[in-house]
Every structure is written in structure tokens, then in C-alpha cells.
Design a protein around this ligand. Structure first.
Ligand code: BG6
Ligand code: MG
Length: 221
């Protein structure tokens, strides 16, 4: 396969912020008398802030208890707690192999894109000193439908002028892998086989440490 662009999810692929989202949601859910665990959290990964809240409320049978204003207040509260957890994020928090891969992609003239549902993505990339290594950061507000719809990956490919047939997407979320596959791109999953394989991931790696340009070039051979 010829690769002309690689589209990266952010949380859980570039750095450990997926864990921070979980910590902040768990705290908010507990306040509402709802318990969430890591297995349930797999359904929140890749999903927007408001949709995550809706899923937690449904999980706790509280979907109809709250007004729209109350839901916005809760989502804001979660984000405030989450942003507090980001204060110490620095370049040393970039996951293994990611900076090296981005530099290899630059050298190979392959476009690099962030396709994240997070409105905090630009700030996190700045804290990691990675902004300059991406050609485009999709703003989730640019697309009509969140993951698992393909929109954010298709928008990213379009923004850098590459046909989806020449794109690889890298994700840690079930919804994210489904989005990549719906966009007809090759999907690399970071995480556990039993979590990501059923969503259609082409190859699952246990961590980003195994990612490299030479590895990506073996995909679809
Ligand atoms: C995704 C995360 O990347 O971004 C989700 O996997 C998160 O957990 C979503 O809910 C939205 O993030 P934010 O920072 O805009 O609340
Ligand atoms: Mg993720």
C-alpha cells in the first residue's frame, strides 16, 4: 500500500490523556451516584464530551432526570477537572515512538493529521511541543457526525489533499477504529486485541513503541 497521509487520534495514541478523561468522568459519575469501570469506559473513548455524559447517564438510568442546562453544567464541570489534570503535561509525556514516527513521516513527505474529538487537542499538542509536526488538526466542530461516523477522518484527509485509499488511521478507541474503517482507510489499533479487533482493526499493537515508518509500510502488503 502507498501511504500518503497518517491520521492520528490524540487521547490514548499520542499521550496518556485517555486515562485523565476516565479519571474526570469517574469522579463526575460518582457525584451523580453512578459507578463506571474501565470496561464501560471503552464506550466513552473517542466520543464527544456531551455524548459521553449522555452515555454515563443512561448507564446509571438517569437519562431523563436532568435538564439541558444541568447537563451542560455537568459537562463543563468535568472539563474543568480534566483541564486541571493537564497542567503538568509536557514533552516528556509523548508516548514512546510517536515523535520519532512523526519525524520519519516528515522526512518521507507523508502528511500528518490529528483527528481527535477533543476540543482540548490544540492545547495538549502545544504542551507536548508537537504542534509543528502536524500538517492539520481537525476541529471537531468542522464535522457533522462524531466517531464512529467517518467524518473526522475524511475531513482530515481532504484537508491535506489525500485520497482516503492512501491513508492510515491510528486509534485506541472502538468508535475510532469504526470511523477509520467507515472512511475506507487502514486502521492501526493501539491497545488490546479483544477490545479493538471486533471493531475491524487491521492490526493491533500493544503500545505505540512498535510504531515506525517501516512498520506502517508493511501494512496491506
Ligand atoms: C476524545 C476522547 O478524544 O475526545 C474522549 O477519547 C473525549 O474521551 C473526547 O470525551 C472529547 O474531548 P474534550 O476534551 O473535548 O472533552
Ligand atoms: Mg483515543
Amino acid at each position: 500500500m502507498i501511504i500518503k497521509a497518517v491520521l492520528f487520534d490524540l487521547d490514548g495514541v499520542i499521550t496518556d490523556t485517555a486515562e485523565y478523561h476516565y479519571v474526570a468522568w469517574k469522579q463526575l459519575a460518582a457525584q451523580l451516584g453512578i459507578e463506571i469501570d474501565e470496561a464501560f469506559n471503552e464506550q466513552l473513548k473517542g466520543v464527544s464530551r456531551m455524548e459521553s455524559l449522555e452515555r454515563i447517564l443512561r448507564h446509571g438510568n438517569r437519562a431523563n432526570d436532568l435538564s439541558a442546562e444541568e447537563k451542560i453544567a455537568l459537562a463543563t464541570q468535568k472539563n474543568n477537572e480534566y483541564v486541571k489534570l493537564l497542567v503538568n503535561v509536557s514533552p516528556k509525556d509523548v508516548y514512546p515512538g510517536i515523535r520519532e514516527l512523526l519525524l520519519e513521516l516528515r522526512a518521507a513527505d507523508v502528511r500528518t493529521v490529528i483527528a481527535s474529538a477533543s476540543k482540548n487537542a490544540p492545547q495538549i499538542l502545544n504542551s507536548l511541543a508537537l504542534t509543528d509536526l502536524f500538517d492539520y488538526i481537525v476541529n471537531p466542530d468542522e464535522v457533522a457526525h462524531g466517531k464512529p461516523a467517518p467524518d473526522i477522518f475524511l475531513r482530515g484527509a481532504e484537508a491535506v489533499g489525500v485520497n482516503p485509499a492512501f491513508c492510515v488511521g491510528i486509534e485506541d478507541a472502538q468508535a475510532g477504529v469504526e470511523a477509520i474503517k467507515s472512511a475506507k482507510m487502514v486502521a492501526v489499533g493501539i491497545g488490546e486485541e479483544h477490545v479493538l479487533k471486533p471493531s475491524g482493526t487491521d492490526v493491533v499493537l500493544p503500545s505505540t513503541g512498535s510504531l515506525s515508518w517501516s512498520f506502517l509500510q508493511t501494512l496491506g502488503e
